[in-house]
Design a binder for this molecule. Sequence first.
Ligand code: NAD
Length: 466
Amino acid sequence: MSIPQGEQQRRISALVQMQRTHFKSGLTRSAAWRREKLETVIRMVEENREAMHRGLELDLRRNRTDSDLIDVEYTVREARYALRNLDQWMKPEHEPLSPVWQPGKVRIRRDPFGVALVIGAWNEPYMLTLGPAIAALAAGNTVVIKPSEVAPNSAEVLAELVARYFHPSELAVETGGVDVAEELLEQNWDFIFFTGSPRVGRIIYAGATRNLTPCVLELGGKNPTIVHSSADIKVAARRIAFGRFMNAGQVCTSPDYVLVLPEVKDQLIHELGEAIREFYGADPQASPDFGRIVNKANFKRLQAYLGDGTVVHGGYTDEDDLYIAPTIITEPDLDSALMNEEIFGPILPIIEIGSIEEAIGWVNARPAPLGLYVFTGEMEIAEEILTRTDSGDACVNDATVQPMIHELPFGGTGNSGFGKYHGRHGFETFTNARGVFYHSTRVDPAVKYPPYAKRKAQRAILTKLL
Ligand code: NAD
């Protein structure tokens, strides 16, 4: 049943107002409040694992192990990490102070922004909503989450659980489609955290400018994966296959395509085929570990890519089951949709590249990706590639997994977005680094003040010291 627009608007405005009143009360700034909210997130997930897994199974036919890795247990680990480090993060930072400002001291406070909006994508429906919410709560903000309507079962589970464990003045979930997202964007937020496509990212950014709201855009793109002849090809193939075919390829950090040197191309293709057979058996459709495409529209989009090159592994599709086999494509048409849109599915094009120099040129000729992966046994080659290219994050001899490492900042650059989170980086993102100068009143030399002409020589010394 759809809710009349006026009513929806009033309800959402009232929710934001309620959260702002709560934030302004000052309660959310205390360490005790933040700790309690993080503990509540952990308890909520731990007491409702089954419901959360069921949501993922219904939306994506995701297996439990992967669901824990990137959604359910992931959120528990992220909240625990924040809890463990909260006291340290909340301490004001010290910096040395130049003699001219002495006697005094400087401190950098990390103060919360206020009321935050988190809009998530569907492929990791808990990680991309509770993950930013954990950072926002640890930082002392209140949060409204808008999960994606494309994973409706997980979105419903999240809404039901959050309503049961939290008061809406501190953490609330608004489910619904684009109309709800647009309505939310109309509100006056203190921070907006968006995960999704570069296309919608532009709409969010435009909306944020209305009230000069700071925001983070976690977007996608085509993640290049470079395989050098010095790499351990068997290990490279297994890690690339794992990273590409987990969640049926619907992971923002998945390798989108491989650039491989000619000497090891055939071996890599062979080992990728072996890895697929080892992970998912002779018939991946029967494997409990291989997922499904989220909906018909995405299935059709992916199915059309299969004609954009030569299928050397997989290629089988079953529309009724939303199944696309783990597929390897060689000689892709470089002007095709396969090579110009983010694939976001279980299809991996392999492109032969003449040299590392050529690979660097290839990456630099395209929009900056979210992830860049280099497989090599020679660290100088990895460093050369990293130094001369851009990407949000990168792995050397691995792929896809960097967001699972709480110590690393995660986020894009250029077309893959801006702003970082996870662990301390999330805490910093959701706080204003407020510089404070504490000045002693013990001394107050007249040289600082007009009339300047009277103390020219002393002022010249002062200016040099500044
Ligand atoms: P999407 O941009 O279509 O939707 C994301 C969210 O935006 C949804 O909640 C949706 O309801 C909302 N939305 C859609 N239209 C809107 C509008 N006009 N105004 C306001 N909100 C609107 O993305 P998606 O299909 O859910 O996710 C896939 C994309 O997300 C891929 O590009 C993928 O790479 C990217 N992604 C990025 C990350 C990351 O961490 N960087 C993680 C996962 C997915």
